[in-house]
Ligand binder design. Structure first.
Ligand code: NAG
Ligand code: NAG
Ligand code: NAG
Ligand code: NAG
Ligand code: NAG
Ligand code: NAG
Ligand code: NAG
Ligand code: NAG
Ligand code: NAG
Ligand code: NAG
Length: 564
């Protein structure tokens, strides 16, 4: 009996201890009064013209307030989602003011996002360094200025840190040694932070064992240390040194040791010479951006062995010579830009090997000599990429032949730039299938024939920028037919053709038109009455258009720029 009692008591006691150990007084009943008060104090110091935090009132459960996330079991506030998507379009309706240290009451806060608000250049408050539970801190583009406080180096649990500076305020660091305290850091974005005095920036790559993504674009770094004797076994998978204008022409060799890189952005620096062969060690690369440098000689063949590449950007270098057909080995390519490398050419135009580029969304080869029949080119691309291609930019590529209705098979194309080639024949824009098209430039070709009525069937042309100037298109354009469905047409350049523009007296043009260039079209003899419907017009060119009605200067030709 006695032992039974003992057993019962023991069981009871054990149960009580068990409950006690798991009972923290909240039972998932929402946030504590202390945390609610902390949030209210925090809100009181913010300006919130959009009343974003209007639910932050009263004595209720602050876990139900907007942007607040609590732990389901304990009711503690764990996340504050107060960031905006970039870029913030409502520049006057973002959060501003100051950050009240009441945030320190949120002892379990792991996630704090204030990105793309506008704190008008106030310093990042050093008390943030005391929020020991933070694992994620995003202050990107939030308008902080001044010195980044070293105290942030106390956040030993931090895994993600984004402090990209906003364009309007100078944020700087005199040293980055404080980063050595962030031993869990995986993601670091210091883009646009002035690091010109933080000469120890590279040490952080070596000293941070978990760092996986490092973004240092626009940091005014003047010099990349060579790091001669260091063995980098870096965990880095993404590195951006975009736009630092290092005063050196060689890519430092330690970059080639970062074997785990999938993303490497060296764009807009002063690198020159051959594209360094050691880059072929970086076999995991998916993005390689070398644009806006001075790389010269030919594009090396080994580049086409980096078969994970999805984005290859060589825009604006000094590359020349022939591009090998093996470029088609890059079957994962989504984005390819080799534009503005004068002297670069494809021997027989886009090769058949492009038939296996089934992911291709964007192809830009401006000023690369293709010397190819445009319909052959479209046939090759159409084999696999007709459904994926969104941007096709081939100005000044020495294309010839006719642009047939085949172009209509690229149903998701939104940008088509073929200006300054020798494309002939009639305008193919009879395909009303191209519902996504918004930017078309066919200027400076040899297109002739009549301006097609079916142009107006391109109802998908949203905010279109259409340029068909400097061709030999002719015919009478009745806008109520040709432009009937282009209700969002914004820019229309069609000068240098042989067209007559006839509008019914009651025609109302697309009111979105901002720029209209009908130079050398016959519009006259009267001054077009429909101009008054164009409330957003900022530029109009009707010169040499046969208008003889007296207007302003009284000359037969008139050119009006920047009409407001
Ligand atoms: C907390 O509850 C929400 C809503 O019921 C649920 O979506 C979320 O997954 C839960 N989170 C956890 C960590 O259990
Ligand atoms: C926080 O960082 C500052 C500057 O790095 C340092 O002086 C201070 O001792 C740190 N505080 C704690 C609690 O670690
Ligand atoms: C860099 O250091 C120089 C010399 O101490 C100083 O004049 C300058 O303001 C500093 N600039 C930044 C951005 O820290
Ligand atoms: C770098 O690492 C490799 C292989 O782990 C080793 O053979 C080499 O000696 C190391 N070099 C230096 C300078 O530590
Ligand atoms: C490199 O990536 C592989 C696969 O993602 C991973 O297993 C490995 O740990 C990484 N290396 C380092 C040094 O982080
Ligand atoms: C290529 O660039 C290097 C480095 O600037 C330069 O020395 C060399 O003369 C250039 N070669 C050519 C052919 O332009
Ligand atoms: C491209 O693929 C062909 C055929 O598979 C192969 O022979 C060639 O070596 C590849 N080229 C590169 C640069 O990887
Ligand atoms: C037009 O293309 C030719 C090559 O076909 C090129 O020489 C010329 O510079 C280009 N014009 C413009 C304005 O880009
Ligand atoms: C261009 O290619 C198309 C389709 O292959 C063909 O019908 C046409 O004759 C070619 N034009 C020229 C000028 O070679
Ligand atoms: C305008 O769109 C309608 C509906 O899609 C279509 O029936 C009509 O033919 C189009 N008008 C012109 C001029 O293409």
């Amino acid at each position: 009996m006695k032992s039974l009692m003992t057993t019962v008591l023991t069981v009871l006691l054990v149960s009580l201890i068990w409950i006690g150990g798991h009972w923290d007084g909240t039972l998932g009943a929402g946030c504590s009064a202390a945390e609610r008060e902390a949030l209210l104090k925090f809100k009181a110091d913010l300006e919130d013209p959009r009343s974003w935090l209007s639910s932050w009132v009263g004595q209720g459960d602050c876990c139900t307030w907007s942007s607040v996330v609590c732990d389901n079991h304990t009711g503690h506030v764990t996340q504050l989602h107060l960031g905006l998507p970039r870029p913030s379009y409502w520049h006057n309706s973002v959060l501003s003011g100051k950050l009240n240290p009441s945030l320190l009451e949120l002892k379990y806060l792991g996630y704090l996002d204030l990105s793309y608000n506008d704190f008008h250049g106030i310093p990042i408050p050093s008390f943030l360094g005391l929020m020991a539970s933070l694992n994620t801190l995003y202050l990107d583009g939030a308008g902080f200025g001044g010195l980044i406080p070293h105290q942030l180096g106390n956040l030993s649990k931090l895994q993600q840190l984004g402090i990209e500076a906003a364009a309007d305020y100078v944020l700087y660091a005199d040293s980055l040694s404080w980063l050595s305290g962030l031993s869990s850091l995986e993601f670091l974005d210091l883009s646009k932070v002035d690091l010109s005095n933080a000469s120890d920036w590279l040490d952080l790559i070596i000293t941070m064992p978990s760092l996986s993504e490092l973004y240092l674009s626009h940091c005014q770094i003047l010099h990349i240390p060579p790091l001669a004797n260091v063995n980098l076994s870096s965990s880095l998978s993404a590195l951006s040194l975009y736009h630092n204008q290092f005063g050196q022409t060689f890519v430092p060799s330690w970059v080639f040791h970062l074997k785990n890189l999938t993303y490497l952005n060296l764009a807009d620096n002063t690198f020159a010479g051959t594209i360094p062969a050691q880059l072929q060690n970086l076999i995991s690369l998916r993005t390689l951006d070398l644009s806006f440098n001075y790389f010269n000689h030919s594009v090396p063949n080994w580049l086409y062995g980096l078969h994970h590449l999805e984005k290859l950007d060589l825009y604006s270098n000094k590359l020349d010579g022939r591009v090998s057909t093996e470029i088609g080995n890059l079957s994962s390519l989504i984005y390819l830009d080799m534009s503005v490398n004068y002297g670069l050419e494809f021997e027989r135009g886009i090769p058949d090997s492009f038939k296996s580029l089934c992911q291709l969304r964007s192809l830009s080869l401006q000023h690369v000599k293709l010397n190819q029949n445009v319909s052959e080119l479209l046939e090759i691309l159409g084999v696999c990429a007709s459904g994926t291609l969104q941007e096709l930019s081939l100005p000044s590529c020495q294309l010839h032949g006719q642009l047939t209705d085949r172009i209509g098979m690229f149903k998701n194309l939104n940008l088509l730039k073929l200006q300054n080639n020798s494309i002939s024949g009639p305008l193919p824009i009879s395909s009303g299938e191209m519902k996504s098209l918004y930017h078309v430039d066919l200027s400076r070709n040899k297109i002739n024939g009549r301006f097609p009525t079916s142009f107006g069937a391109l109802a998908g042309l949203i905010y279109v920028d259409v340029d068909i100037s400097q061709n030999a298109i002719h015919g009478v354009v009745l806008p109520e037919i040709h432009f009937a469905n282009l209700t969002k047409l914004a820019y229309f350049f069609a000068s240098g053709n042989h067209m007559v523009f006839k509008a019914k007296p009651d025609w109302v043009p697309s009111r979105h038109i901002q720029i209209l260039n009908l130079e050398s079209w016959y519009v006259g003899p009267g001054f077009p009455h429909w101009l008054k419907g164009l409330q957003y017009l900022s530029s109009l060119d009707l010169s040499n258009s046969g208008i003889s009605e007296q207007f302003l200067t009284g000359s037969g030709a008139c050119r009006l720029d920047s009409i407001i």
